[in-house]
Design a protein around this ligand. Structure first.
Ligand SMILES: NC(=O)c1ccc[n+]([C@@H]2O[C@H](COP(=O)([O-])OP(=O)(O)OC[C@H]3O[C@@H](n4cnc5c(N)ncnc54)[C@H](O)[C@@H]3O)[C@@H](O)[C@H]2O)c1
Ligand SMILES: NC(=O)c1ccc[n+]([C@@H]2O[C@H](COP(=O)([O-])OP(=O)(O)OC[C@H]3O[C@@H](n4cnc5c(N)ncnc54)[C@H](O)[C@@H]3O)[C@@H](O)[C@H]2O)c1
Lengths: 207, 207
């Protein structure tokens, strides 16, 4: 299987290619695609070769064709509904984030347990009561959930999602979630990122 | 030098140890410390050995002592002031995030270019005009900045921070920032995380 890093690099190539397309450039060298990405031309060719390789050496890559190929690999063309759970400070920021809508997998529903938030509409999405999670996840055939609930509530929510046959979780709560095999989880731990950054800055100055 | 992964694992061990300490447990096995972390006991011992190793095999680890050791390694004891740039939706959520205050490195100032936001106070922090970035960064001897500004503004802001001798950047804008050697950058790219999660979920079902 592929390492998550290959996929993350593909989505960075795609972002650069979309920028290049805006400048009306139709054919481009790999050097331009990987500009500023800290990736070697070797790595770039290797990443593409996983999926059959595209373009010819020395001739360059057709921008539009490569965009379509990478979008197909990333499955961007297939729309996936996503549920967001915990419409607090971070959840609200994510509901309004433009960056997710480009992925074609929009957040289509959101849940909270706070009576003061249930029924509110954020960016066109109505906040539902967490009690109706089961009903709505089944109705909308939701396979992906974003967790922006408090850390002590996250495991309970995930246990319920597992019963509802969820397949992927993007977790922002700073806890390690226990999930059965077969479910993909991606943890975004901002405190951990900051802590590791602080270490390297301090370490550079001599501990 | 250490890989960021070692440091991120240390901060996860620390989080588990703090939880264990709350249960009034004073000595613990490595198995308990690495519970639910996808880490082997081997890896745990190796991570600690970078820094001199602690505890004896078979006897277990003294919880309080290990917490102090890891905090010292992560430099948690030294206070670091942090500047946040872009007090919008995400910036505001981060200003209110409890998780950063535990790290002992609080966000001590925030900046924005929007007249409607300058002067506002969020979680006790006054939003300053981006025009006074230079003055305040020097006054408060700030070495770390968090970027939550729009992607097209991020590079310009970073260029100014580089001149102000910033040492570390936690970047949330979905762009690749060009920085000189010697400055540490950690990118949190939520769209990229979601895209890679979607790929694995789709891939599992057969592309
Ligand atoms: N604020 C940030 O910038 C930030 C940064 C990194 C990580 N996080 C993490 O993200 C999560 C959310 O943080 P926040 O700052 O938005 O907190 P918050 O308290 O503002 O939001 C949490 C929301 O979850 C809701 N909730 C509580 N129990 C629930 C349940 N059982 N089901 C559904 N909803 C429930 C609450 O009513 C609230 O609206 C936390 O785990 C936090 O540690 C936040
Ligand atoms: N909202 C999210 O959940 C989310 C998630 C992931 C990444 N991001 C990224 O984080 C960044 C912020 O996103 P947001 O949703 O908070 O957007 P936003 O528009 O709400 O906030 C951006 C803020 O930056 C300020 N700003 C603009 N130019 C500036 C400058 N030169 N100097 C200082 N401040 C300036 C704006 O006035 C605004 O307050 C963006 O790069 C976005 O792509 C946001």
């Amino acid at each position: 299987c592929f390492s998550p890093d290959v996929i993350k690099r593909l989505s960075l190539y795609l972002r650069n290619l979309r920028k290049i397309r805006k400048e009306n450039i139709t054919v481009i060298s790999s050097a331009k695609i990987i500009e500023f990405l800290n990736v070697s031309a070797e790595q770039f060719r290797k990443d593409l070769s996983y999926f059959g390789g595209f373009g010819k050496r020395g001739v360059g890559y057709k921008v539009e064709k490569l965009i379509k190929e990478i979008e197909a690999i990333l499955g961007i063309n297939k729309k996936w509904p996503i549920a967001l759970i915990g419409a607090g400070k971070l959840g609200t920021a994510l509901l309004k984030f433009e960056g997710f809508s480009k992925l074609n997998s929009r957040i289509t529903c959101a849940f909270d347990s706070d009576k003061g938030k249930i029924g509110k509409i954020i960016n066109g999405i109505k906040i539902e009561d967490i009690k109706s999670l089961g009903k709505i996840i089944k109705e909308k055939e939701i396979k992906i959930a974003i967790i922006t609930a408090p850390p002590e509530k996250a495991q309970g929510i995930v246990d319920e999602l597992v019963c509802l046959k969820i397949r992927g979780i993007l977790n922002f709560a700073p806890v390690i979630l226990k999930i059965p095999d077969g479910i993909f989880i991606s943890n975004v731990d901002m405190a951990c990122e900051l802590e590791s950054l602080l270490f390297f800055v301090k370490h550079k100055d001599g501990l």
